[in-house]
Design a protein around this ligand. Structure first.
Ligand SMILES: *Cc1c(COP(=O)(O)O)cnc(C)c1O
Length: 221
């Protein structure tokens, strides 16, 4: 079996395992256009990148019915490069960033959907807000004034560990935040958690959007 055939097969296996209401973001960072086209030709349309430059290059070269998700940390001065086409920005972690997304979305007469990234991992390196910071943001007047941004849910990344109990408790914490915020934010509809190593557990904990790279496209260098 060729490597390309494997991408289609991997996709089919994952899609057959996950419930219908769970969206699969196929994470294509570092992977060539030909690999993405293999997934596209197998019918997949939702792809995620974590670097703006790569996101833009791939957007320009690939079919325009792809739904592009920005899953990485976003620098404010880069928002303008993706505002025209990005479908969902997962890693939003400040009001200032929301205000910049709002400004750029207005220029294109769009409303851009975003997720707030909550820090659930114990490592220092993972970005994100605390629960109380996110809550304050969502209730602020400044956020309500951003008519061209909709925060539609939360995103998180668990600690890189083999300890399943720790990962589970981090996912459960994020699910609780999501359910609590949804009570005063009825447009909430997305809980983005789970990657190649932990998406089954994430779904058990209520995830309805998983971001999977290496299980589809193979290991990255
Ligand atoms: C790379 C990445 C993923 C996918 O990771 P895999 O382990 O390859 O599935 C998911 N989410 C984010 C934010 C990423 O940067």
């Amino acid at each position: 079996m060729s490597f390309r055939m494997t991408i289609k097969k991997n996709l089919q296996i994952i899609l057959s395992e996950i419930p219908d209401q769970v969206k699969l973001v196929a994470v294509t960072k570092t992977k060539p256009i030909s690999d993405i086209m293999e997934a596209y030709n197998a019918g997949h349309r939702i792809f995620g990148e974590n670097k703006i430059q790569e996101l833009i290059e791939k957007y320009e070269q690939l079919p325009k019915d792809i739904e592009w998700h920005m899953i990485g940390h976003v620098q404010r001065n880069k928002v303008k490069f993706m505002a025209e086409f990005v479908s969902l920005i997962h890693g939003v972690d400040s009001l200032k960033l929301i205000q910049e997304i709002n400004k750029q979305a207005m220029k294109h007469d769009r409303v851009i959907d975003c997720l707030l990234q909550i820090k659930i991992a114990s490592e220092d390196s993972k970005f994100g807000m605390s629960k109380s910071e996110a809550k304050t943001l969502l209730k602020s007047k400044a956020y309500t004034e951003c008519a061209n941004v909709n925060v539609v849910g939360l995103m998180g990344m668990a600690t890189f560990t083999k300890d399943q109990e720790q990962i589970k408790s981090e996912f459960e914490y994020l699910q609780n935040c999501y359910l609590e915020f949804k009570k005063f934010n009825p447009i909430f509809n997305t809980l983005s958690m789970g990657m190649s190593g932990d998406y089954q557990l994430a779904i058990e904990c209520g995830s309805n959007m998983i971001r999977v790279g290496s299980s589809i496209f193979g290991f990255r260098n």
